[in-house]
Design a protein around this ligand. Structure first.
Ligand code: CA
Length: 226
């Protein structure tokens, strides 16, 4: 048996050409999402948009889990919310939380264009407030799915609030858990990096949940509360 010395034994590191291969052999991006991606790429904060393979993964996961009620924390211009909504059944519902009107105006325009606007309820407020309001409305453990992708210093708050909103056996997804590799760079002591490191460690030791940290895009932790 030949040994390929370029091949790590337990994981395959992605480089740009291999990533390109992955995209070319898996991503079937609907035209409306491609348009939104192009429009968003003109914005200063374009880096905040999720990648197309991640959007497709969210959409497929929502279908696989038969998600009916979903939460999104951090809408930006709506690529992830549109992906989630496309995976929901006709009577499914996504509550999308963001504070920025300028960005979510773009999102809403595309939700309409994609015909998913009736599945999405936008809550324009600090996301901690929106999530707390949902609890105050009696929505404890009413949701099947949550995607957290917003300001990192509030990640722990979002995680705890989502744990109260998600059904046992539901799923919480947390984006950017590898933070461009900064999680292992001790010289990086920025607030965002510290918050992500802290949450990663906390979830690892959290006996309330099962987890899997996936090397999708910038790292995606999948959490299943008992
Ligand atoms: Ca993100």
């Amino acid at each position: 048996m030949s040994t390929n010395t370029n091949k790590p034994s337990k994981f395959t590191a992605l480089n740009a050409p291999l990533y390109e291969y992955l995209v070319q052999h898996s991503v079937r991006e609907p035209e409306v999402l491609a348009q939104l991606r192009r429009e968003t790429s003109q914005l200063d904060m374009a880096i905040m948009q999720i990648s197309p393979e991640q959007g497709q993964f969210l959409s497929l996961l929502v279908k696989l889990l038969n998600v009916q009620d979903a939460i999104e924390v951090g809408v930006f211009t709506g690529y992830s919310s549109m992906s989630i909504a496309m995976g929901l059944p006709q009577n499914g519902k996504l509550i999308a939380c963001d504070i920025n009107k300028e960005w979510t105006d773009i999102a809403q325009r595309y939700w309409r264009e994609a015909g998913v606007e009736n599945k999405i309820e936008l809550r324009l407020d600090l996301a901690v407030n929106s999530l707390q309001n949902m609890l105050d409305e009696g929505k404890q453990h009413q949701f099947d799915f949550a995607f957290i992708d917003a300001d990192k210093t509030n990640y722990k708050n979002y995680y705890e609030l989502c744990l109260q909103l998600i059904k046992p056996g539901g799923v919480i997804l947390i984006d950017n858990v590898l933070w461009g590799g900064a999680v292992i760079d001790d010289s990086d002591q920025s607030d965002d990096t510290l918050a992500i490191r802290k949450l990663n460690k906390f979830i690892y030791n959290d006996s309330r949940v099962e987890l899997s940290m996936l090397p999708v895009a910038d790292g995606l932790t999948l959490v299943r509360p008992h």
